[in-house]
Design a protein around this ligand. Structure first.
Ligand SMILES: Nc1ncnc2c1ncn2[C@@H]1O[C@H](COP(=O)(O)OP(=O)(O)OP(=O)(O)O)[C@@H](O)[C@H]1O
Length: 262
């Protein structure tokens, strides 16, 4: 699905990513974790064919960045950005359909086929916002928007989905509903691979299979989730003594208290 090899990314003379190597296989659901400014969004930009590496190679769905039309490539990638820059009162149904045109607004003179309209409604239902299909974007809640954006990403049947902090601004119930939806998508779309960026371990769905830890533009660890989300590796990544617990498929992080000397 995705292969980054020895990737460096430099902006304004500043190395934002250094020597990043990562392979994401079909159906793998990755978490990308790291502190503020570590380079997570920069990495997602490369994975989504939004930017090009300064050095190294990025292959997305078997096609190498720099040698293919990136617009075509982007059509196979579902990008979920909770800061979706839509300002007009499009209905949820229309927002989902913009996933087919890769635009923020409805494209002038573009009409969905009956099958595309039906698929949009199916996905809106799957995401649990069926009752709001005709509600305007400007009045729906942050949680409802998040679910609409996942439906928007799924409508083009992507092989790869990128979720940039999808729980941002959600209350605990909305977050839990979103995580349930992601677990459900894992069963309805078993071949779909994704990378979910978050700062918070509590925001990882139980179906997460792999994790990558990034700090100062370098990957500190990447692999099966149980080998990577550990007390030691997470503490090193966030430069803080953190204890990890894993219960009923979910992770929590708390400060590890040092034992007091006698
Ligand atoms: N165009 C740019 N030019 C120079 N520096 C940049 C540019 N874009 C981002 N940066 C810097 O690159 C570093 C990584 O940014 P990035 O947004 O990828 O981090 P992040 O891990 O997503 O952070 P956060 O968790 O705070 O969202 C930051 O120090 C940021 O200030």
């Amino acid at each position: 699905m995705l292969e980054l090899k020895d990737v460096d990314f430099v902006r304004d003379g500043k190395p934002l990513l250094s020597g990043v190597t990562l392979t994401v296989g079909e159906g793998e659901r990755w978490a990308l974790l790291g502190p503020n400014g570590a380079g997570k969004s920069t990495m997602l930009g490369l994975c989504g064919a939004v930017t090009h590496p300064t050095r190294g190679t990025v292959e997305i769905l078997g096609r190498r960045l720099g040698t293919v039309d990136i617009r075509t490539l982007r059509e196979s990638i579902g990008h979920v950005n909770p800061r979706h820059p839509l300002r007009s009162p499009l209905s949820i149904r229309d927002v989902v359909l913009t996933g087919l045109t890769g635009t923020i607004e409805r494209m002038a003179r573009w009409e969905p086929t009956p099958a595309q309209s039906a698929r949009a409604l199916e996905l809106i239902d799957l995401l649990g916002v069926g009752a709001l299909a005709d509600a305007p974007w400007t009045t729906i809640s942050q949680g409802e928007r998040g679910r609409a954006l996942i439906a928007r990403a799924l409508i083009s049947d992507p092989q790869l989905m990128l979720l940039d902090e999808p729980s941002t601004g959600l209350d605990v119930a909305a977050r839990e509903q979103l995580l349930e939806v992601l677990d459900q998508i894992h069963t309805t779309h078993p071949h779909l691979a994704w990378i979910l960026v978050t700062h918070h371990l509590e925001e990882l769905p139980t179906c997460t299979t792999h994790a990558a830890l990034i700090r100062d533009g370098q990957l500190l660890a990447a692999g099966p989730v149980d080998e990577v989300i550990t007390t030691d590796l997470i503490s090193t990544t966030f430069a803080h003594p953190i204890a990890i617990t894993h219960h009923a498929g979910r992770w929590t992080a708390t400060t590890r208290r040092r034992t007091q000397p006698n």
